[in-house]
Structure formats: C-alpha cells, structure tokens
Ligand binder design. Sequence first.
Ligand code: PLP
Length: 395
Amino acid sequence: KKNLSTKNMSIAPSVTLAITAKAKKMKGDGEDVISFGAGEPDFKTPENIRRAAIKVIEEGSIGYTAASGLLELKESICEKLKKDNGLSYEPESIVVSCGAKHSLSNALQAICNPGDEVIVPLPYWVSYPELVKMADANPVFVEACEENGFKYSVDDLKAAINENTKALILNSPSNPTGAVYTNDELEEIAKIAVENNIYVISDEIYEKLIYEGKHISIASLGERIKELTIVVNGVSKCYAMTGWRIGYTAANREITRVMENIQSHATSNPNTIAQYASIEALNGDQSILKDMKKAFDERRNFMADRINSIDGVSCTKPAGAFYVMMNIKEILGREIGGVKIENSMDFANYLLDSAKVAVVPGIGFGSEGYVRLSYATSLDNIMEGLERIEKAMDA
Ligand code: PLP
C-alpha cells in the first residue's frame, strides 16, 4: 500500500464534530436535544434572493463564468466595499470563491511558502490553523484572552513576530468569542503590520452582526495597510446564505492574480446560480440585516445575562457575531452530578448526557476552560437550554 500525503494526514478532524454528531444522533433517536452548536443563522434566505436564483434557472443559461467570478457581481462587491467600508477597489482586485472559507484558503495558498509563520488568534476559529498548515506554513498562536476582551494585545503580537512571519489573521467580529476591535486597536495592529511588512488576512464575515460599536475594515486605515491586507467577506452569515457558498476577497492586484490562477485550476468559478443570487443579496432589499441583528441582539442580551446568573459559570457579553464563550474555569476539577469535570470536553459531554444540551468544547478552539454557545437559535430554546444547564450544574 502506498503512503498518503504526510502533510494532509496531519490535518486534524474538527473536534467540534464529535459533539455535534452525538447530538444529531440523539435527536435522530427522538431525544429532545437543545443545540447551541449552530454556526449559521436560523433564518431563511430572503425571498428576493431565492427568486433571483430561480429566474436564472428558468432562463437556463447556466454556463461557466470567469473563474474569479461574474464582473457584475464583482462590481456589486466593489460598491459594497465603498459604501460600507470606505474601501476603493476595482473589480480586478476581487476574487469570488466558494464561501469565505475558500477565500481564506486561496489567500493563504497565495502568500505562504514552507517555513513561513502565520499568526492566529487563540481562541481561534477551527479552520484557521488547518488552512495555514495546508498552505505549508506554521500557525503561531497569539492569545486573545478574556482579560483582554478576547483581543490581541499589542505586546504579545510584537513578541510573536520574527523574520519568518508572513501574515496575521484578524477576525473581527470573532468566531468563537464575538469580540469586535475598535478603531484605535486596529490602528495599532495596522502599525505593527506595516512596520514589520506582514500581510493581514482580515476575516470580516460577521461584519453585519455587531451590537455594540461598529465595524471597521483594517484596510481602510491607510494606503500602506490596504496594500498588505486581504479582506475576506461573503454573503453566508449576513444574508442567511451559508449553503449557497459564495465568499470573496479584495486585495492588491498581484495577490489577486495568484489567487485567481489557483482557483482557475482548483474549482473554476463558484456556482453560477449562487453568484446571481449574491448580486441580488448585495443590491436588493437589505431588511434581513436589520431583522437578524435585532433578533440576535435580543438573544445575546438574554443569554449573556442568564449565564452570568448561574453559579460556577460566567461570560463576557460579546459585541458581535452570534456566539458566547462561557467561562467554566471555576468548575474544572469538580465533580458534578457524579461526573468528574476535568476539561471542556468532559463538561460538554456531561451537559449532553445529563441535560440534553449541546455546546461546543473550548478545546476545539484551542482554549480550555470555555465552551461556546451559539445564539443562532430561538429565544425559547435559549431559555429552556440555559434552564437545563443551571439544573445540571446544581446536580
Ligand atoms: N470565517 C469565520 C470566522 C467563520 O465562522 C466562518 C463560518 O463558520 C467562515 C469564515 C466561513 O464562511 P463560509 O460559510 O462563507 O465559507
């Protein structure tokens, strides 16, 4: 038998999948499981967007587009970047890909060489370290700890940079912490990036889900940082279009050309129908943005306050996205309901077994002492789920 790829054999399966799979199985067996595992809005894709897709299907011309996406969609993206983010890009600087995850993959493939280091925030979104490794580079974790609002500290960032540092990943608003960087904080990070000549991969996929403060794209803070930044965004989270698989990058022409070439061989264009639907998403009625934000904000307030009313756990109220990191450090090492809780996986398993509540263990994001709860589920579910967690903690 021949060996498989050594590099790719080292790609970790998602730790979060184990719990999610177990919760799904229990649900399938008819058990009344409440899941806080969701990574996507519990809203339908708006009707105008679905209709735009249906129109394309009915007309029937569904061929390839340019590998990097339809010009009309790139123009809509440029308008959006101008209007929302104060960023001026030409369509030649845009690559439309199969979801923001694909955009991140293209970005890392385009800039990394073996031995390069890419700074990743800890806790991290599960795919960042693996995407870095797939690009032959090494992830270097810089803590974005709760005491610092789950954000990078300037000193830690500076200390992590050396001659091998190629890029840093910035994710504001953040998955899994909901942290949103302020203008001043971004100015400092931009300064560090420019001084050290390192790229910034700015993952702005949760841009539209901010409840406190406002979104600023680091690329908008000056020409030099814009040159170094690859802005990653998409329609998945803000328009409830996760399944359509459309994301995009905006970057300098040189990086864009490399990403285009990679994509032209790896996937060709992203799905044509979904591209037309995305044009409608960006140009059509925007009321979903307001509706989702309002619903999420209400749930966020409830969830954060309720968690902080439960003995033994706590949380920092997140400013964006739809996740709360629940701090469980106080209960580690304790026995609850006859079960010894040594780590976040034990706690997640305990909640699922005893209370039928699914949460994602922090270890999946590289951070022990936390579990992540998503509030992309109904307020009723959130109330009931947290009630169950409180009871389970009392056991
Ligand atoms: N970036 C972050 C931080 C995410 O949480 C996600 C999805 O969970 C993505 C990127 C990927 O988005 P998409 O579904 O468009 O690939």
